[in-house]
Write a protein that binds this ligand. Structure first.
Ligand SMILES: [Zn+2]
Length: 300
């Protein structure tokens, strides 16, 4: 079975303590990456972050958004990948000057990596700061799962121009095993260790291209696997004229008026999707007219 485009699959290895997810991003990735002319090394890191964000968001039940964000003083200044519970993805990277190395820690220099979960509906955001591990994003994320005392989790990420893919394996608490009277700890512990070893041996091209059933057989050997079709993904930015209006309002009337005087209009462009929002003198007046309206006494 060829994997569908822009899709996620979940699987459970029967009778074992291993479960996982596979994500394939095609059109969503192409649209996201086409917004800026990324150098190949930046594009690769961005692709890894985007597939990791999709995988991580699919491990939790929530209504909001999960983002992976990195910033540093190296050639790679900023990296953001965001996945929402509605199956939308967006992301961007900013870079400057010469890029050193290819791994995340090298590119970022003195940097930090954070995972933010915004559960939506006004609930409190959670942020985990991760120590950058020299060998790349998936290794750094592995330490995120152990730091935050979550289930042991490993990720494998593959990026090419038109498709990105990711595999997540998670060790769940001991399964009740048909043959558990034999030696349950050993049986399930071995399954986890073997699946991780097998996944380590899979090259990125196979992760991108193999049939789902073949890939799962390579990872889990002869163990039976239950496979579920999960979410579809698409590129969609959550920016809006209303949100830009909020930002402009926070700048204050005086600053905006002087900008308008100087340039006739204020333009704000969204870095995620390149959408442009322009405000002329009349628009700016309206931004603040709404404020005055709010200040009017209300009758009860
Ligand atoms: Zn946007």
């Amino acid at each position: 079975m060829k994997p569908d485009n822009d899709s996620l699959y979940r699987f459970v290895v029967e009778g074992c303590n291993v479960r996982g997810q596979l994500v394939y991003l095609d059109k969503s990735w192409q649209e996201l990456a086409s917004r800026h002319d990324y150098p190949p090394v930046v594009r690769t890191i961005l692709g890894e972050a985007v597939s990791a964000a999709a995988l991580l968001s699919a491990t939790i039940k929530f209504d909001g958004a999960l983002s992976i964000q990195a910033s540093g003083d190296g050639g790679l200044r900023l990296l953001i990948a965001e996945a929402t519970a509605n199956g939308t993805l967006r992301g961007l990277a900013r870079w400057k000057g010469e890029l050193q190395g290819a791994r995340l820690a090298e590119l970022l220099g003195n940097g930090r990596l954070a995972i933010t979960i915004d559960p939506g509906k006004g609930r409190e955001r959670y942020q985990g700061i991760i120590e950058l591990q020299g060998s790349g994003l998936s290794q750094s994320l592995r330490s995120y799962f152990s730091q935050s005392e979550q289930l042991p989790t490993r990720l494998w990420l593959a990026v090419e121009e038109r498709r990105i893919a990711g595999l997540l394996l998670q060790r769940i608490p001991e399964a009740v095993h048909e043959n558990s009277w034999l030696d349950p700890g050993k049986a399930t512990g071995d399954a986890w260790r073997q699946s991780v070893e097998h996944a380590n041996a899979i090259n990125p091209r196979d992760l991108l291209e193999l049939d789902v059933a073949d890939l799962l057989a390579r990872i889990n050997g002869a163990r039976p696997v239950r496979l579920y079709r999960g979410e579809d993904w698409r590129f969609l930015c959550s920016c809006s004229r209303e949100k830009v209006t909020e930002v402009l309002r926070a700048l204050g009337r005086d600053d905006l008026d002087s900008l308008i005087e100087e340039r006739k209009q204020v333009s704000v462009s969204c870095e995620f999707c390149n959408a442009d929002f322009s405000f002329d003198a009349v628009d700016v007046a309206q931004v603040f007219a709404a404020d005055q309206h709010d200040l009017q006494p209300t009758r009860h």
